[in-house]
Design a protein around this ligand. Structure first.
Ligand SMILES: [Cu+2]
Length: 165
């Protein structure tokens, strides 16, 4: 069994190593080190990411800013459930929560996960950084290399299970 390169570079944006990512906390390989999408000061990396249905996508805040992952209600398939960090049930509730007490925001090194089941395109954004273009897209398609069976994509420049030599 061979896996295709599991660093699915959907977006083509180079994944640059950020100095902030080299914290060297020891204990490599813990679940907290692994994620599919990281966050810089005002961007998701990669901005576009493709997974097969049933895959749990992991976001990790690798920046010093607080971010949210908030779906656009009109930007997800009709049958899909809304998702937002903080567990809000609508964009409006998520925006209100953020305004009131930064609910739904997650801080440095915190993660957020969501399992995508319905195929289609999902657009999401970061509430505090929407204006500066912090938006992302998850494509749920059978053709994706990231599936429920493959490992979470990456740590900062370090392959997780396979590929390290
Ligand atoms: Cu943000």
């Amino acid at each position: 069994m061979r896996r295709r390169a599991f660093l699915a570079s959907v977006g083509g944006t180079a994944i640059t190593l950020s100095a902030a990512g080299c914290l060297g906390l020891g204990g490599s390989g813990t679940a907290d080190d692994e994620y599919d999408i990281s966050m810089s000061t005002s961007a998701y990396r990669p901005r576009e990411f493709a997974v097969a249905p049933g895959t749990t996508v992991v976001w990790k805040n690798t920046s010093k800013s607080t971010h949210t992952v908030t779906a656009y209600e009109s930007g997800i398939p009709d049958e899909a459930e809304f998702f937002a960090s903080g567990g809000f049930e609508s964009v409006e509730a998520a925006r209100d929560g953020w305004l009131q007490d930064s609910s739904g925001g997650f801080a440095t090194n915190e993660t957020y996960k969501h399992t995508f089941t319905v195929p289609g395109t999902y657009e999401y954004f970061c509430i505090p950084h929407e204006k500066t273009g912090m938006v992302g897209t998850i494509e749920v398609t059978e053709n994706a290399t990231r599936t429920p069976e493959t490992p979470v994509t990456a740590t900062d420049g370090t392959a997780t299970e396979t590929g390290t030599e």
